[in-house]
Design a protein around this ligand. Structure first.
Ligand SMILES: NC(=O)c1ccc[n+]([C@@H]2O[C@H](COP(=O)([O-])OP(=O)(O)OC[C@H]3O[C@@H](n4cnc5c(N)ncnc54)[C@H](OP(=O)(O)O)[C@@H]3O)[C@@H](O)[C@H]2O)c1
Length: 485
């Protein structure tokens, strides 16, 4: 039995791409599942002057209401629209009236969520006006959902955090990283903490290295304007990869609550080494795609709107180290790139090989726990076993699990899960400030080294798994990438 949530969500950027493509369908799913029933209201706002009727039509189209006419018609009755410019105080007065009217009409008990689906430069401004112009509820909760990116460096992130903190407490802030809403990322905790076998072995005594791979086959497409200022380092490493690393490297939480989980993650984040320029050159590899064999796969610098002399990294690989007793000496390898041979998001935890001698010099091999996040969802654990042969020989076998087709169909999209969790007051799967700040400190050290051109830029062939230097990075420690395309 799903408990009904009583809430009012204000969507800033209500006419934008994210709202139409991902947010409204997610809210509709929560409605279809009974999580939202009668006592919820949605207020949309953007500068465009449209009526509530036109806004409802827009939402109806976004949720493909034609496929479920009756339900969709009842659903959009909960939506209203108020045009406002987020940079002008006056706009918030009309918005406040719209929110109060919808709140009274649908009896939401004062609970308010403000979803910032606008350009990041507006996040701090909106937070301040929400408070100064009296848009916060006196009873119930007030929560803010913040889109990415959260800053472009530690300094800009800290300035934004400062603006948010002037109006809200940390426990009211829900920073979105949609990778944290992915089903298989959510599987890390039960696999790690629910199985004594793995829990006992989750440390330097048994783990040789940990690998996180976020590989894309697409090139920069039409996003050059944004991407050329960010690169793989800011687009994927600082946020998504680091948040996954947080689940893998964290200490064991004292309970499975958002505060305890954050505390346990921060124990690891706070022990993450921040590198000097010399260390960046040693522990990080930056690459940029050159041309590939496939038609149309030109070099990054020949893509539309990319400066011909761009040194933006379209590939990044790094070796992270945590100064904790759990992880002393264990490398966490992280890589992400565009125009790679295969698209995959996956985690490989490499366990040390045993020393038992089976005779004839045969030793057991390293074993690997793999969590494939996308495009396939799969968990695999490799073990040493006997090969079918007359002589005694060993080999590795894979134990694997993948969700059934019906389970896959039931997996909520990340945005649905995040809206659900924010309404539920569960911050477990959102990025907290301390984690974001640490990720920026580590990232800044790398980007500053690159800005000063103190490390080589490796050009790699498109449709391969990236530069050879990234293989050499692991080879120096006697390691290899588990996933090789
Ligand atoms: N789209 C995605 O797939 C995606 C994925 C991940 C994260 N995000 C993040 O989500 C946020 C929204 O992205 P988006 O792609 O939806 O952007 P978008 O399509 O450009 O939409 C921006 C929205 O903001 C409104 N807006 C712009 N200036 C405004 C102002 N001064 N006052 C009030 N409203 C204003 C726009 O409407 P008006 O012009 O009518 O005001 C529009 O509704 C960004 O932070 C982005 O980084 C997006």
């Amino acid at each position: 039995m799903v408990a009904e949530q009583q809430t009012l969500v204000t969507f800033f950027g209500a006419t934008g791409d994210l709202a139409k493509r991902l947010l409204y369908p997610s809210v509709f799913n929560l409605y279809k599942k009974g999580f939202l029933q009668e006592h919820f209201a949605i207020v949309g706002t953007a500068r465009q002057e449209i009526s509530t009727a036109e806004y409802r039509d827009m939402v109806y189209t976004a949720i493909e209401g034609d496929q479920d006419k009756e339900r969709a018609a009842a659903f959009i009755e909960h939506f209203s629209y108020c045009a406002s410019d987020v940079t002008e105080a006056a706009g918030y007065h009309a918005l406040r009236e719209a929110i109060e009217a919808a709140s009274a009409k649908f009896g939401v008990q004062g609970n308010r969520i403000f979803y910032m689906s606008v350009a990041p430069r507006f996040f701090g401004t909106i937070a301040q006006y929400l408070k100064s112009e009296g848009l916060l509820a006196d009873q119930g909760y007030n929560r803010i959902m913040i889109e990415k990116p959260f800053g472009t460096s530690y300094d800009t992130a800290a300035a934004l955090q400062n603006e948010l903190e002037n109006a809200f407490d940390e426990n009211q802030l829900y920073r979105i990283d949609h990778f944290l809403g992915k089903e298989m990322v959510l599987n890390i905790a039960p696999i790690r903490f629910g199985n004594p076998l793995l829990k006992a072995a989750w440390n330097k005594d048994y783990i040789k290295n940990v690998q996180v791979t976020l590989a894309e086959t697409l090139g920069v497409e039409e996003r050059a304007g944004y991407y050329d200022t960010a690169g793989a380092l800011l687009d994927m490493f600082q946020n998504h990869a680091m948040q996954i690393v947080g689940w893998l490297a964290m200490e064991e939480p004292s309970s499975f609550t958002d505060t305890a989980i954050r505390e346990a993650k921060n124990a690891a984040f706070n022990a993450l080494q921040v590198y000097t320029p010399e260390e960046v050159a040693r522990y990080f590899v930056r690459g940029q795609y050159g041309p590939g064999k496939e038609a149309g796969h030109v070099a990054y610098t020949e893509e539309p709107d990319v400066p011909a002399d761009s040194k933006t990294n379209t590939y990044i690989a790094g070796e992270l180290h945590f100064d904790t007793p759990r992880w002393a000496g264990v490398p966490f390898y992280v890589r992400s790139g565009k125009r790679l041979e295969k698209k995959t998001t996956r985690i490989d935890v490499v366990f040390k090989a045993g020393s038992f001698d089976f005779g004839n010099g045969q030793k057991s091999a390293e074993t690997v726990l793999t969590i494939e996040v996308s495009p396939e969802e799969k968990v695999t654990l490799s073990l040493n076993a006997k090969a079918v042969a007359d002589d005694f020989e060993t080999r590795t076998i894979d134990l694997g699990w993948t969700p059934s087709a019906s389970e896959k169909a039931a997996i909520p999209a990340p945005y649905e899960r995040m809206l659900h969790d924010a309404m539920d007051g569960d911050g477990s799967n959102f990025a907290d400030w301390n984690g974001v700040a640490t990720a920026w400190k580590v990232t800044d050290a790398v980007s500053q080294t690159y800005a000063a051109d103190q490390a080589p830029l490796e050009i790699y062939e498109s449709d391969t798994m990236g530069p050879k230097a990234a293989d050499d990075l692991l080879a120096k420690n006697g390691d290899t990438w588990v996933f090789r395309g």
